[in-house]
Design a protein around this ligand. Sequence first.
Ligand SMILES: [Zn+2]
Length: 342
Amino acid sequence: MIKKLLSILLIFSLIPVAWGVGVQQVKAETSGKKQLEDVRDQKKQSETEMEKIEDLKVETQKELGKIETDITNLDKQIAELNKKIAANQKHVDKHEKVLSEHLRRMYVHDSGTYLSHMLNSDSFSQFLERFEIVRLLMKEQADVFNKYLDMKHSLEKNKKDLEAKKKAQAELLKKSEAKVKEINAKLAKYKDQLDQLEAKERNLLQKYAGAFGGGGGILAFPSTRGTVYWNYGQNRGSHIHAGIDIPRPVGTPIFAAESGVVQSIRSDPNGYGIYVIIRHNNGLSTLYAHMYRYQVIVGAGQRVSRGQQIASVGNNGRSSGPHLHFEVHKNGSPVNPRSYLQ
Ligand SMILES: [Zn+2]
């Protein structure tokens, strides 16, 4: 009797404990789910920020390239001007010499020069005539000399202007280079942040494995919700079906099942049609098949976020109707997507 009573007491005292544990577990799972959502929100923010910075980097690098081209062009123009200046200087020197020779002859030497020539004239009118000729000759020489002198000054001014322009461009170049450096530092910072968030996400997924519905929920569903043929491993005679099929109308969005980098976009006309492989940070890759080329809206090497649209459902390759063929690879081998999908 006492034994029976004791066992009844024991049962009743255990029930609330077990019940309490259950409540606590649900609470933990709810808070885990909330934490996971927070981490994913933060990840999305980091990724958006990184995309913005990447865009800025592309712009700045374009600017940098333009400035470098400008400087090369200015250098060419300066070299050309230097050639012209040198050629002109030859003319200046030559005419300067001729002119000074005339002057020297006129004023220093008396014999056999213009002056003596003029003074030896037979008549005053002849003197005047000769004087006029000499005057004109001198003037012509002086005009030519002045023309080259003017050109010399204008060429030198042009060169100065170009050099000032080059200096300004060099300063711009320095600024652009500093900007790119700054952008790279920012990108590295966000990359670190993203890596940390992804590690956090993985930890949460491991800690609460199984609690987030559909077998762990490591991957997001890759299209709109609806019918799924869970036909992974099906024997197709010539091959084993390596993924699952998600029948959807052509044009239905296909989403990245997880953040990652587009590893490849390939064509397999007798099989997968156009297909995309995304590599994720957690040792997983995902494959999306049967699209047409025009439906793929990401490029190889592009970073994509979980849930981001990457393509649309097609009916290309060996396909019996519009559908998304979806595979999950772990360390390079196909695994059953069912254990990973949310
Ligand atoms: Zn398939």
